[in-house]
Ligand binder design. Structure first.
Ligand SMILES: Nc1ncnc2c1ncn2[C@@H]1O[C@H](COP(=O)(O)OP(=O)(O)OP(=O)(O)O)[C@@H](O)[C@H]1O
Ligand SMILES: [Mg+2]
Length: 295
């Protein structure tokens, strides 16, 4: 069953058309990534799905309900990590989690949430004394304290150090393994690549691409890059055309088996070692930059 269905969603702020006819579906139990440049409309879409903002037109169903009229019944099944929060700086971390848990029918134990979010050491600290990254961890903790079946994470790991980011990934994976549905926005392509089952890319309020991280990387022809260091190699003599950048030759091909064979046979014949030889597909970041380069 679909957890979320969005059809031809539109929303303007005065003369700014923020969302211009967006459609997508989020399946139950998947991690869904909403990507796009600053101002693309991601937060607007998420806030409409959360019931925090009314749409101008289009159809939206979240857990089978219209978020505009879902009321408490819907709110109790959904967890939120907003892009920006500033809540109760004078309370302690534990007090705030207890307070939020109280809004839900079956909250998770606060100690367990602290552990999951990596905040056990800060259980009794005042919220205002937390560092930026710890504050964000608290936001994530507040998003899961109600043990919701659907969780919206709007840039949950912005400001996290690399270790904390890996911790957050583990958290998302464990929520997924519990059968939760997760909608995630992020500007980190490695995060989307690692976590998302499916991705929709929006730019200027419209969907510009959709698919799994792997199918997106193969968008268009299935391209492969062959790269090696050019040190001491006469590029003009190569059997295939190469681009050279920062001392690295790149050959783009749609027939990697044949191309690798041509290059390596040539090198062997000449007695050359191709240092730092690698064969890679475009990263999600390469594809993303191409998709959104019009902005
Ligand atoms: N409350 C508001 N009033 C007026 N314009 C707004 C409001 N919120 C967003 N916008 C505009 O709507 C557009 C989409 O903004 P939105 O916050 O949805 O983008 P986003 O994709 O979440 O961007 P980011 O990656 O920076 O978080 C932008 O042009 C923004 O300036
Ligand atoms: Mg945003």
């Amino acid at each position: 069953m679909a957890a979320i269905v969005v059809k031809d969603l539109r929303k303007s702020y005065g003369s700014v058309a923020a969302v211009r006819g967006v459609s997508f579906t989020v399946e139950s139990g998947e991690v869904f990534g909403l990507l796009g440049p600053n101002g693309a409309g991601k937060t607007t879409i998420i806030e409409i799905l959360e019931g925090y903002r009314n749409r101008d037109s289009g159809n939206v169903l979240v857990l089978g309900l219209d978020p505009q009229h879902g009321g408490t019944a819907l709110r109790q099944r959904v967890g939120l990590v907003l892009q920006e929060t500033a809540i109760a700086p004078q309370l302690s971390v534990t007090e705030l989690l207890d307070l939020f848990g109280g809004y839900y029918p079956t909250p998770r134990p606060t100690a367990e949430v602290l552990e999951l979010a990596g905040l056990t050491e800060k259980a009794h600290a005042r919220v205002r004394t937390l560092s930026g990254g710890q504050q964000r961890r608290l936001d994530v903790a507040l998003g899961i304290v109600g043990d919701p079946e659907l969780i919206f994470l709007d840039e949950p790991t912005t400001g996290f150090d690399p270790t904390a980011r890996r911790g957050a990934w583990e958290l998302v994976r464990s929520l997924r393994s519990l059968g939760k549905t997760i909608v995630l926005t992020t500007h980190y392509m490695d995060e989307a690549q690692n976590l998302a089952d499916r991705i929709v890319v929006v730019a200027a309020g419209q969907v510009v691409a959709a698919g799994t991280p792997d199918t997106l990387r193969g968008t268009g022809e299935r391209r492969t890059f062959i790269r090696f260091a050019v040190d001491g190699i006469d590029i003009a003599a190569l059997p295939l055309k190469a681009q050279v950048h920062d001392g690295v030759a790149t050959i783009e091909t749609t027939t990697p088996t044949r191309s690798v064979n041509q290059i390596t046979s040539w090198a062997l014949e000449k007695g050359l070692e191709l240092e730092a030889l690698e064969v890679t597909r475009p990263s999600l970041e390469d594809v993303y930059l191409e998709l959104t380069s019009g902005d």
